[in-house]
Design a protein around this ligand. Structure first.
Ligand SMILES: [Zn+2]
Length: 250
């Protein structure tokens, strides 16, 4: 008897996917990082991926929704078999702010949900974000909504219902404490954390609480969006324990 039947251990996988990163390996191969609906983050070898237009039809780019198929053999890096475009989001590449924010959404999904296994909710949030950017919605607002959704399904809270110390719910200003995932009112604040107006707190609460449709209808005034932009990514960095690359210095 021959040993093991190694060929039988080969497994095939398919999923909708977004390309997150591509790194050259040798002359023609690339290591491709995808965020997939069915398997979360997967790192796959694209053999001659960028030269073989016949094979992949020039589809291996960012800002498109792909259908990919890959094969796995235990102990080896999975190999991409096919990739095809299932939806394009071309308006994203027409504007640098949209590109930046699309990169940010991809990074959030991949960094906040790195565990193996199906990620249908996170994938849907990512897809919604791409659709909204394509439709011309303000990139900042798309990002704030996606952040709130990602934080929610990841179980990171935060708890913005009241001051953690005295329970006050209507202080004009709060300090947000990333380490505690909560707020202190003006009276209880010690200088730690980041300032948030009551309006920003209320908007963040609504973003965290709302169902999909309610979130989309929510009006986020520019001033409040700017306030939240200084705080929410910092909180996510705290949760992840590392800096985010794509909006660095923003
Ligand atoms: Zn208080």
């Amino acid at each position: 008897m021959r040993r093991g039947g190694a060929a039988g251990e080969r497994s095939f996988h398919a999923s909708p996917a977004f390309l997150v990163r591509a790194v050259d390996m040798g002359e023609a191969d690339r290591r491709l990082s995808f965020f997939t609906r069915e398997a979360g983050v997967v790192s796959i070898l694209g053999k001659s991926a960028w030269k073989s237009r016949k094979r992949f039809g020039g589809t291996l780019q960012r800002y498109v929704l792909l259908d990919i198929v890959w094969t796995e053999v235990p102990g080896k890096i999975p190999v991409l078999s096919t990739a095809s475009v299932s939806a394009s989001f071309w308006p994203i590449v027409e504007e640098w702010e949209r590109v930046r924010h699309a990169d940010y959404l991809l990074e959030l999904a991949a960094e906040m949900f790195p565990q193996e296994g199906p990620k249908p909710k996170a994938f849907e949030i990512l897809l919604d974000g791409f659709r909204a950017l394509t439709a011309g919605e303000s990139p900042g607002k798309v990002a704030r909504r996606a952040e709130a959704c990602f934080l929610g399904i990841g179980g990171w809270g935060p708890d913005l219902s009241k001051c953690r110390k005295c329970g006050r719910t209507d202080s004009r200003r709060y300090r947000f404490l990333p380490a505690e995932g909560g707020l202190l009112c003006d009276a209880c604040a010690t200088g730690d954390g980041m300032t948030l107006s009551l309006g920003a707190v209320r908007t963040w609460r609504a973003l965290l609480a709302g169902g999909g449709a309610a979130r989309e209808r929510l009006r986020v005034p520019d001033g409040i969006e700017e306030e939240l932009q200084k705080v929410i990514p910092k909180y996510i960095e705290y949760c992840l324990g590392k800096p985010l690359r794509s909006l660095g210095g923003a």
